[in-house]
Design a protein around this ligand. Structure first.
Ligand code: CDP
Length: 315
């Protein structure tokens, strides 16, 4: 374990890692990288490396956990043994059970669980590398994995912590600031500004609490913008890939902007989605003049009535 630094903030107001007091660490996001999960996200938040996978809505096992009127949300936070300086004993411990519980509660109200009665939405978090703020980083990743899985939500959840070192409030603590600081207050916030998680270690005055909350909310807003951009970029790229994979002919047809009679937009190469009508079908729909004449002459003769009239007769 590293030694406690003498000072956390230098004479220029910068922290030991060069950040300003209200600056979050760099964030890198990759969405949809696990093939077997319904939704997934790999996220780096400073030196934290997190993998989030979402499965569901799916059947609930064990069955007694299922709710008749809504889906249950399960959240499993796990720290890999190699993710921390001193090897962590594998498996759940009191800390990971606590983190899982508060993180699940941060999402429960934001997901439209009532749309999926008797089902489960499972969120799995693997901390591959930890450097303080893993629960907040994991919530950011989980939020994107849920969106990637297509789970209907009121909005995204964004999360970061505020803390205190050298009697100064700082945003998004790193490992040393977390270990040796005076306070650590992680929060999670919905897109419309509702606080869905708030915890606190250490001591803050009322004034510090209010100011700290504002700083953390600002941090969440910045993270939200990054999450939103990552989702838009991901789906833009996915769209491009789909078009690249499509047969050349149909790509050409879809992209045709002005169609002429010789070069119609709807060609035989475009898969029929049931809405397209070709010339032969149109001809069939036009009543046959000859049949019309016979019908006029002998309406009661069932041998020459159309299918439609026959159905009416049966009714
Ligand atoms: O990670 P987070 O800040 O959400 O939770 P924490 O309980 O405040 O832990 C702070 C940091 O302590 C973690 O991010 C890890 O870097 C470290 N830690 C550790 O080294 N060994 C553990 N068993 C648990 C945490």
């Amino acid at each position: 374990m590293s030694e406690k630094p003498e000072k956390f903030i230098d004479e220029n107001g910068l922290r030991l890692d060069g950040r300003k007091i209200d600056q979050i660490r760099d964030i890198k996001i990759e969405i949809g990288i696990l093939n077997r999960a319904d939704g997934s996200c790999y996220l780096e938040f400073g030196n934290n490396k997190i993998m989030a996978a979402v499965y569901g809505p799916r059947e609930v096992h064990p069955r007694h956990q299922q709710k008749a009127t809504k889906a249950i949300v399960r959240y499993k936070y796990n720290m890999a043994s190699f993710s921390v300086e001193d090897r962590k004993r594998p498996g759940p411990d009191r800390r990971s059970i606590e983190v899982s519980k508060v993180s699940r509660e941060a999402f429960e109200k934001e997901i439209f669980t009532e749309l999926y009665p008797k089902s489960a939405i499972d969120i799995f978090i693997e901390i591959l590398q930890a450097d303080a703020g893993t629960r907040t980083a994991a919530i950011n990743a989980a939020s994107l994995a849920l969106a990637d899985a297509g789970i209907p939500m009121r909005g995204l959840i964004s999360s970061c912590a505020v803390g205190k070192v050298d009697d100064t409030l700082i945003l998004d603590l790193n490992k040393d600031e977390d270990n040796y600081g005076q306070a650590d207050m992680p929060i999670a916030m919905s897109t419309d500004g509702k606080i869905t998680l708030l915890q606190m270690d250490g001591h803050l005055t009322q004034e510090e609490f209010k100011k700290g909350l504002e700083m953390a909310q600002q941090g969440c807003r910045e993270i939200y913008e990054l999450q939103r951009k990552a989702l838009i970029d991901h789906y833009n790229n996915t769209q491009k890939e789909i078009i690249q994979d499509a047969p050349v002919e149909s790509v050409k047809d879809i992209s045709t902007e002005s169609a002429t009679e010789e070069d119609p937009v709807i060609s035989d190469d475009v898969p029929d989605n049931g809405n397209t009508v070709n010339d032969d079908e149109i001809k069939e729909d036009i009543p046959d003049e000859k049949e019309e004449v016979i019908l006029d002459e002998d309406e009661d003769n069932p041998a020459i009535v159309s299918d439609e009239t026959e159905d009416d007769t049966l009714e």
